[in-house]
Design a protein around this ligand. Sequence first.
Ligand code: MG
Length: 291
Amino acid sequence: MKNLEKFKAAMFDFDGTVTEKGSIAPSAEMAKFLYELACRMPIAFCTGRQKSSFEEHGLKIILSNIEVSKRQKFLENLYLISENGSIGYAFNTDTDEYEEFYRVAWPEELVNRKWLMDELAGRTEGLGKMHYDKHEVVVVIGSKGRGEDVNIQDVYETSDKIYDIVVNFLKEISPNYEDFVTVGNSGIGVVIVPKNGDKDYGILKFGELLKEKRKMDFDAKLREILVVGDNPQIGGNDHEFLKGTYGTPYNVGENVLDGNFPLNVYDENGERLLHAPGTIYLIGKLLNSID
Ligand SMILES: [Mg+2]
């Protein structure tokens, strides 16, 4: 892995990238690496989760592993892109709260969001759970068994089935549905995202915010932003995040994507590193390169 010293900011998918595959929260070791990185550059999480889930299961655990006196510094350099790229938040040090800096709209011209939720809740009954209340822009169906004591492989297979049901139903609604929404499979659920509000848009908006507020410089493709995720395949919820439209993407998932991007993470022995160990290794190399 070369040229890591060029990075000025970093973005991470959350589930399976910052957390270990099948685990809901990050480890104490991961929290330490993220803190060290946030002391050096702005970092953002870009997740299919909504803000409240990220705060409850992600941020709280990370902060519990950071000394109280250092938390403010960490939060000031931490951004959140939620709902798979549809809403961005920056921390406001005056109010001690995350505030929205952008939000995209659901494409009602394709289909009414509530009607779609009701229809898909019926069609995925027994397989998934429609998340009615928490998400504000995207539509999310969690794979059944998620968070409970079940085999993670069963959760992944159920997620694949939900994905097929969702795609087939959207095709019935409009053969051109892909002009309006993208369907992403995170392995623990399926997310339907406005076309103009996917994770690649999150990279673009994060870069714009840093240019404006922090007076940082980036090239046109924002290659100085490190981007890490674990679902780059077509249909994966990191496909737009990792295909290389913006940023320099690295893949820590089992699936691969042909082309120049995303890059892989290898250890000294040439072994590919996946999920949280891959992300920790990459952050460690990055911290060494900018020392
Ligand atoms: Mg993921």
